[in-house]
Design a protein around this ligand. Structure first.
Ligand code: SAM
Length: 302
């Protein structure tokens, strides 16, 4: 009883927080729907799967947010028909506005990933990015994902925080909080209003309550295997890029975005892309997944 009450609160807080954060979400996370965004998303899937992805006739995304994965995958020709779901109607409104701006047509359905309103075996591909760590009942969610996927169909999730990587990332975040006043002075940036990138101070208070898991690679694979998926593989990505990214995002979150110089934004963006390449070419093949910030998991329905 207590556990299910807690699960209900987690879902409610996720819906409320993401509804409030939806309008500023793409700017906060630097989400791109051009060639760079497409390359990033296709590259992440290729890493998760161990081969080039798709093409998939009909795909379901859970926790689709503003459309980062699905809209880029449709544009890249990896997915033909995308059904985008999320617990937050506000995020799906922004997703539809993004789709309209790109001239794309996608179906959106507001629903909980743990209770999907779709027929059995109705998708060729099921995916998500940065969503599993928000779900209170992961065993239930993976059972639902298996149910709606056709036999032989593929699933892939990326952007899930690793427990060890998350712990390591607290150091650059803390250092950046301490350095923020000096950084703003040097760049002549003005302090931000609290929660400006999360839809205001009231909404910002929920930010810490929406993330409910960080994973070890074995735990993440365990959820998929227990549900009945086969050929389950877990990979890690982003080490240097995540330290660099978290430092800069924490500094930038302390400032009014309109007063942060363009040259800084360019440096942060290009530096992040460069370090992602260093991680990909040098570190991800050599180091164990557990130390990277992000985990990805993929497999297929037997
Ligand atoms: C960190 S955001 C990621 C959004 C998008 N996938 C991206 O990568 O930009 C997590 C998303 O998961 C959604 N979410 C949280 N709990 C959920 C649930 N129980 N069922 C479905 N979606 C959920 C949130 O509303 C939010 O849009």
């Amino acid at each position: 009883m207590a556990a299910s009450a807690t699960a209900a609160v987690i879902r409610e807080v996720n819906e409320r927080y993401h509804d409030g954060a939806a309008t500023g979400y793409d700017a906060k996370w630097g989400i791109d729907f051009g060639p760079v965004g497409q390359q990033q998303v296709v590259g992440k899937l290729a890493k998760a799967l161990g081969h080039e992805p798709g093409p998939y006739a009909r795909a379901l995304e859970i926790g689709a947010g503003t459309g980062y994965f699905s809209l880029n995958l449709v544009q890249a020709g990896v997915v033909r028909e995308a059904v985008c779901t999320d617990i937050s109607p506000g995020m799906l409104e922004t997703l539809q506005a993004n789709a309209k701006g790109l001239g794309l047509s996608v179906e959106t359905v507001a629903c909980d990933a743990e209770s999907l309103p779709f027929d059995d075996a109705s998708f060729d591909f099921v995916l998500g990015h940065a969503v599993l760590h928000h779900l209170p009942d992961l065993d239930g969610a993976f059972r639902e994902l298996l149910r709606v996927l056709r036999p032989g169909g593929t699933f892939a999730f990326a952007g899930e925080p690793s427990r060890r990587g998350d712990r390591i990332a607290t150091f650059p975040k803390r250092a950046a909080v301490r350095a923020a006043p000096v950084w703003r002075r040097v760049l002549r940036a003005q302090p931000a209003e609290l929660g400006h990138s999360d839809g205001g101070a009231e909404n910002h208070q929920y930010e810490g309550a929406v993330d409910v898991h960080a994973f070890s690679p074995e735990e993440l694979a365990g959820f998929a295997r227990r549900a009945g998926f086969a050929d389950v593989r877990v990979r890690g990505e982003e080490l240097l890029a995540s330290w660099f990214g978290w430092t800069n995002r924490t500094l930038e979150a302390s400032a009014d975005p309109d007063t942060v110089p363009f040259a800084w934004k360019l440096y942060a963006y290009r530096g992040y892309l460069l370090l992602q390449e260093v991680d990909r070419r040098l570190l991800e093949r050599r180091l164990p997944p557990a130390i990277f910030y992000n985990l990805m998991v993929a497999g297929r329905r037997p």
